[in-house]
Design a protein around this ligand. Structure first.
Ligand code: BMA
Length: 842
């Protein structure tokens, strides 16, 4: 039974009230504020207009008082109590943020100190048949960390190391400080009789064409002596047909069964096949009576992390059902700063967008939470793999404290047991950047203390996984492996040369260097990177106009305003300017800032990812930093807070497409034409390379034969600049690759940086069809660069956006709402970078 009745909240100063008074079942709380559960205090106060929307302007600073208060939640519920021996009633909180004391019918039943796990209390004796009350007191965090040892390193705030709470709550380089408090997960009263299924662990042991072997381990808790316990385990097809069924006795409260599934339908990532989901049903029978059931989707697949290839060379490649996978994806941060209040639909939308942009992996980054079930359910359903970090980010942690370590152990056990049945879960990873940055900061002299926390990633977590999940790989940190931990030759790597100007190569102990120059931060540095797996890299791009205008006070929506600067939480704002200076030139107004930053990010990621993919023999993955935003800010995200994709998202549809045509070229050098194929099928056809000037004249064309190997990359040929230019200037042409006789997306390639291209102005002819919900655009006279469709509305979809059009060519873009509502098109704006009527409205 989920407790979804009316919850009320109130705050007090610390010490103002005696807890027993506020917790009393008889307290008159009529004048308290009603609040959603799951949710949080901020969201409840926003909903009731008690605080102004903290995402607007500088309003976040006005809600800081919330952190200083003691907050209480109260509710009442009716319960029909089954009494008698063998009955057990448990109160389960899926998420308490963070230091909570819980009272049931006025009795204190326990305290909690970890936001990142569920908490269960036995209330068998104290829950009433009839009316009941629950009260939960949340302490302000400062009571729990002000007297604790501070560490030399804890990024963004020194408060974090002792608190098991989402790190990003305290602010990060892409989001504001929003220290949430409240009941952020579901609350349930679970009633059991005789016994319950404590856990079910289902995993695939092996697969081949004819059969799969799966294993199911059961753990039971019994509430009565001398019981005859039996489990019935069934594997059902998607249509509910029983594929396998076994009865097994439960001895010593555990049971294990192996099932052989003939002609199995495997779970694949969506780019390689169908993410087929069976269902596992377990029924627990105590003394011939059904007492508990478990029913969850289950995907049959094997997933391995290959660290050595066939030639015994280092590699870092995921292998799914025996197929080596190039991981294409991005890094996931919490989908809102107010995590408890995120609607499930927002997860579905963001994961659908990852599939739309041809991603097959998301990394749940360590500075957030172990995501909600809906996230993994959706990844299972859509065929997107998950790289799961444990929640340790950019800090030292008090591993010398027994209570802290016990708390961490409970959290890790809980996370592993909750998530291990998801087919999408590909990897456990110990932390974000801690091993790497500990060395960098020690070398720089910023840290002199021992590596506090090391024991968690190198002992505690491996021990827990040894006991609870040996079915998938563990990687101690990201990045990890080699010398230093960000070594291109071993393990995974974060490329922060680009954007942050970090200087590489570097070895352990070297003082880290930064190069803040155009050459230091440019995305051209991606081509120097022959990592085995690029698990973080990226560049900022502006949010879309609607997202910014909605959240910026009147008169502040201009390039260089203090409010625009406030949206950007990164250090040294000059980095983004340098990056644009190198590629588009420095923007002069807000429209140019939005366009130039988006184009630089999109072209920069394309440049890097096409390089990584061409080298797929060695490089096996690219995860862009970052997928989404937690507030309407300026960041590395591909999709902004209002769920409006940036240009890079539309580019990703092509640069992450399983079949990629690309050109490897630098100014003055020859053009190497490549095809990358991530599919298991091989292809045969041709690739046409055509060079056009910007008014659409064909200057040169050639056909290259393409024998495209299964799951491989191949160079089709090489052409000199002189040959393809036929006497024209490199600044005046665009090259197009097209597949002939087979299907692969086109690729447009410019031989020089945007700022150096001599692009005449163009005029767009735009025809809007409101009934069809589409718009048809034609470029007149000259190529249109970065055709942009803009609507003042969040969470809508364009079938394409931010694309280039050759003169005379026509594009029809469909516009839709993910929930199927009709989209008003009256305010649609269509522009291009080189539009004859430049859109400089501020
Ligand atoms: C890495 C991430 C995040 C950060 C990003 C951008 O360090 O792990 O901590 O937000 O780069 O700086």
């Amino acid at each position: 039974m989920e407790l979804t009745g009316v919850w009320r909240i109130q705050h007090f100063d610390v010490g103002q009230k005696r807890p027993m008074e506020v917790a009393s079942a008889y307290l008159d709380d009529r004048f308290w504020i009603t609040a959603q559960v799951p949710g949080d205090v901020h969201s409840a106060l926003i909903e009731r207009n008690i605080i102004e929307n903290p995402y607007f302007g500088h309003n976040d600073a006005k809600s800081l008082w919330i952190e200083q208060k003691e907050w209480w939640y109260r509710t009442q519920f009716d319960f029909v109590k089954q009494e008698g021996s063998g009955h057990k009633h448990e109160l389960v909180f899926e998420g308490l943020d963070t230091f909570a004391t819980i009272y049931v019918n006025g009795l204190e039943i326990g305290t909690t100190d970890n936001m990142l796990m569920a908490h269960t209390f036995d209330v068998t004796k104290i829950v009433n048949n009839g009316k009941n009350s629950i009260a939960v007191k949340f302490d302000p965090l400062y009571l729990h960390n002000r007297d604790k040892e501070q560490f030399q390193w804890s990024s963004y705030t020194k408060e974090r190391p002792w608190l098991r709470k989402a790190a990003m709550n305290f602010g990060w380089d892409w989001g504001p400080r929003m220290v949430t408090v409240g009941i952020w997960g579901k609350v349930r009263l679970e009633s059991h009789r005789m016994a319950k299924l404590e856990s079910v662990f289902a995993h695939t042991v092996s697969v081949d064409e004819s059969e799969a072997v799966i294993n199911i381990d059961l753990q039971v808790t019994s509430f009565a002596k001398d019981q005859d316990l039996v489990c019935e385990v069934k594997l059902l097809s998607k249509d509910g047909l029983i594929i396998e069924s076994e009865q097994l006795p439960i001895d010593n409260l555990t049971g294990s069964v192996e099932m052989v599934v003939l002609s199995p339908q495997l779970w694949w990532t969506h780019d390689l096949g169908e993410p087929y989901l069976y269902e596992i049903e377990v029924t627990l029978i105590a003394n011939d009576e059904q007492v508990d059931t478990y029913r969850k989707p289950f995907g049959i697949r094997t997933i391995e992390l290959q660290l050595k290839d066939a030639q015994d060379q280092h590699s870092f490649a995921f292998v799914i059902n025996g197929v080596k996978l190039f991981a294409k994806g991005s890094n996931w941060i919490p989908a809102d700063n107010f995590i408890g209040a995120i609607p499930d639909q927002r997860y579905r939308d963001l994961i659908a967008l990852s599939v739309d942009s041809n991603m097959n992996m998301l990394r749940v980054w360590a500075g957030g939470i172990y995501e909600k079930d809906v996230f993994y359910e959706e990844c299972d359903r859509r065929g997107v793999l998950v790289w799961q970090d444990f929640a340790f980010a950019n800090a030292l942690f008090p591993e010398f404290n027994r209570n802290f370590m016990n708390n961490v152990r409970d959290e890790v056990v809980y996370a592993v047991k909750r998530l291990r049945n998801y087919a999408s879960l590909a990897l456990w990873c110990g932390n974000n950047e801690i091993d790497w940055l500990y060395d960098m900061k020690s070398a720089a002299g910023d840290i002199t203390s021992p590596f506090y926390g090391e024991k968690i990633y190198h002992e505690l977590i491996p021990e827990v996984l040894e006991q609870f999940d040996t079915s998938r790989a563990y990687w101690p940190s990201s990045p990890y492996g080699g010398n230093d931990a960000n070594d291109p030759d071993v393990g995974d790597r974060h490329n922060w040369q680009v954007w942050h100007g970090s200087v590489y190569p570097r070895k352990f102990g070297d003082v880290p260097l930064l190069d803040y120059s155009i050459e230091g931060v440019t995305f051209k540095n991606y081509k120097k990177d022959f990592t085995l797996f690029s698990s973080e890299f990226g560049m900022h791009a502006s949010a879309n106009r609607y997202t910014l205008e909605k959240n910026i006070p009147a008169g502040q929506f201009y390039w260089g305003s203090v409010e625009m600067a406030y949206r950007n939480k990164d250090t040294n704002h000059q980095k983004g300017i340098l990056l644009m200076e190198g590629y588009t030139g420095i923007p002069q107004n807000i429209e140019e800032y939005m366009n130039f930053s988006m184009l630089t990010q999109a072209e920069g990621l394309k440049y890097g990812i096409e390089h990584y993919r061409r080298n797929k023999q060695r490089i096996s993955g690219s995860l862009v930093w970052q997928h989404n935003d937690s507030w309407p800010g300026t960041s590395w995200s591909l999709i902004d807070y209002e769920l409006l994709p940036k240009a890079s998202f539309y580019y990703a549809k092509k640069f992450y497409h399983p079949l990629l045509l690309s050109i490897d070229h630098e100014p003055g050098q020859s053009l190497d034409v490549w095809v990358v194929n991530d599919r298991v099928e091989s292809y045969r056809g041709e690739v046409k390379l055509t060079v056009y000037d910007f008014t659409g004249n064909e200057i040169y064309t050639t056909l290259l034969a393409a024998e495209v190997p299964s799951n491989g990359a191949i160079k089709l040929g090489s052409l000199t600049e002189a040959e393809v230019l036929q006497g024209r200037a490199a600044e005046e042409v665009v090259v197009r690759l097209t597949a002939v006789g087979w299907e692969a997306p086109d690729n447009l390639y410019y031989l020089r940086d945007q700022k150096d291209l001599r692009m005449p102005a163009t005029a767009l002819q735009v025809e809007v069809d409101a009934d069809e919900q589409s718009v048809t655009i034609t470029a007149q006279g000259s190529l249109a660069r970065m055709v942009k469709l803009d609507l003042p509305q969040g969470n809508i979809r364009f079938s394409d956006n931010f694309f280039d059009l050759l003169p005379g060519e026509q594009a029809t873009v469909r516009i839709s709402d993910p929930l199927g509502k009709k989209v008003a098109l009256a305010e649609l704006r269509v522009s291009a970078l080189n539009d004859v009527f430049p859109d400089t409205a501020e």
